[in-house]
Design a protein around this ligand. Structure first.
Ligand SMILES: CC(C)(COP(=O)(O)OP(=O)(O)OC[C@H]1O[C@@H](n2cnc3c(N)ncnc32)[C@H](O)[C@@H]1OP(=O)(O)O)[C@@H](O)C(=O)NCCC(=O)NCCS
Length: 282
C-alpha cells in the first residue's frame, strides 16, 4: 500500500471529500438532521483525512463532544485500498485530539454493516442494538388524566428543551442546543408539554415518504411515570392523523424497557430493523 498521510480537514478539501463520499461504497454518515456539506464546513470537532499519492482515500469525523462523549459522525474509505489500515491510521491520528477535548468514550451507530465489521479493529465493543418500532392505524389509547398543556414548540423554547433533553437522556444520547435548533427546522412536528407554565417534556418528529418518524420523546426525570410521555405521544400521533399520516416509526435502545412499555401501549411493534451500537473507551 502506498504511504498514508493523515491531515486535518480544511475547507479547501471539500471537493475531494464530496467525491469520496459520492463514489465510495464504504460510507458511514450519521449526521441526523444535517446535510453533509454544511456539517463539514461548520465543524470544529476532529475530522481527519487520509491521503495516498495525493488522492483522498479516507475520512473519519466526530461530533462535537458533550459530557465527555462523542459520536463517529462520518467515515468513508475508497473502494480499492486497505480499508482497515486506512481506518486505523485515521483513528490513531484523531485519538489524541479527542483526549485533549476530554472525550472519554466514542460511540458508533452501525447504520451501515461495513463499519460494524471494522469497529472491533478500532477498539470498539458492541453494547446493544438500537431497535426500530413501528405502528399504523387509527387506534390510540386514551391518555391518563393529566394537566399537561401541549403546544407547538417555538424558537424561544429551545433552551429549555435542551435542558429537558439533557436531563432525560444519558450520554451519548443527549442533544446540544445547536443540534436541537437544526432538528426543529427539519421537524414536521415538534411540541412541548407545559405544566404550570414550565416545559417538562417535548417530542420531535419528521416525515419521510408517507410515514412519520418520532425522533425524540423526553420527559423530565422527576415528572416521569405520570402519563406525560403518553400524553405527548398520543397527541403527536393524532396530529399526524389530521394530516393523513397513519404510520409512525421510532428507535430506542433494546435495553430501554421503560420506553418500550409505553410504546407498546400505543401500538408500536418491533419491525426487525436493528442497528448495532458500539462504544470505545479512550
Ligand atoms: C420514555 C419517557 C418519555 C416516558 O415518559 P413518561 O412521562 O414517564 O411516560 P408515561 O408516564 O406516560 O408512561 C409511564 C407509564 O404509564 C403508562 N401509560 C402511559 N399512557 C397510558 C395510557 N394512556 N393508558 C394507560 N397507561 C398509560 C405507560 O404504559 C407506563 O406504564 P409502565 O411503565 O408502568 O408499564 C421518559 O421515561 C423519558 O423521557 N425517558 C428518557 C428518554 C427516553 O428514553 N426517551 C424514549 C426513547 S427515544
Amino acid at each position: 500500500m502506498a504511504v498514508l498521510t493523515i491531515t486535518p480537514f480544511q475547507r479547501r478539501y471539500l471537493r475531494p471529500t464530496r467525491d469520496l463520499l459520492f463514489y465510495s461504497h464504504l460510507v458511514h454518515t450519521h449526521l441526523d438532521w444535517h446535510d453533509t456539506d454544511s456539517w463539514l464546513e461548520t465543524q470544529t470537532s476532529p475530522i481527519r483525512l487520509a491521503w495516498q499519492g495525493g488522492r483522498l482515500t479516507g475520512i473519519l469525523a466526530f461530533s462535537e463532544p458533550l459530557n465527555h462523549m462523542a459520536w463517529v459522525r462520518l467515515a468513508a474509505v475508497q473502494d480499492y485500498t486497505d480499508h482497515q489500515a486506512v481506518l486505523r491510521a485515521l483513528w490513531e491520528a484523531a485519538v489524541d485530539e479527542l483526549r485533549e477535548r476530554q472525550v472519554r468514550q466514542v460511540a458508533l451507530l452501525a447504520i451501515h454493516d461495513w463499519i460494524g465489521r471494522y469497529a472491533p479493529a478500532l477498539g470498539f465493543q458492541y453494547v446493544e442494538d438500537i431497535i426500530t418500532l413501528a405502528r399504523s392505524g387509527p387506534d390510540i389509547p386514551t391518555a391518563l388524566p393529566n394537566r399537561l398543556v401541549i403546544r407547538a414548540a417555538e424558537q424561544a423554547d429551545l433552551e429549555r428543551m435542551a435542558v429537558v433533553d439533557q436531563m432525560a437522556f444519558a450520554p451519548p444520547w443527549q442533544l446540544r442546543l445547536e443540534e436541537l435548533q437544526i432538528a426543529l427546522c427539519a421537524a414536521a412536528s415538534c411540541t412541548v408539554g407545559v405544566l404550570d407554565g414550565t416545559i417538562v417534556g417535548y417530542q420531535l418528529a419528521t416525515v419521510y415518504f408517507d410515514g412519520a418518524h418520532l425522533a425524540r420523546l423526553a420527559v423530565l426525570p422527576d415528572m416521569q411515570g405520570q402519563g406525560l410521555g403518553g400524553a405527548l405521544l398520543g397527541d403527536v400521533i393524532r396530529r399526524f392523523f389530521r394530516r393523513g399520516i397513519f404510520s409512525m416509526t421510532l428507535n430506542t435502545q433494546a435495553s430501554n424497557q421503560r420506553s418500550q412499555r409505553l410504546y407498546a401501549r400505543y401500538g408500536f411493534r418491533p419491525n426487525g430493523h436493528n442497528l448495532p451500537y458500539w462504544v470505545v473507551t479512550l
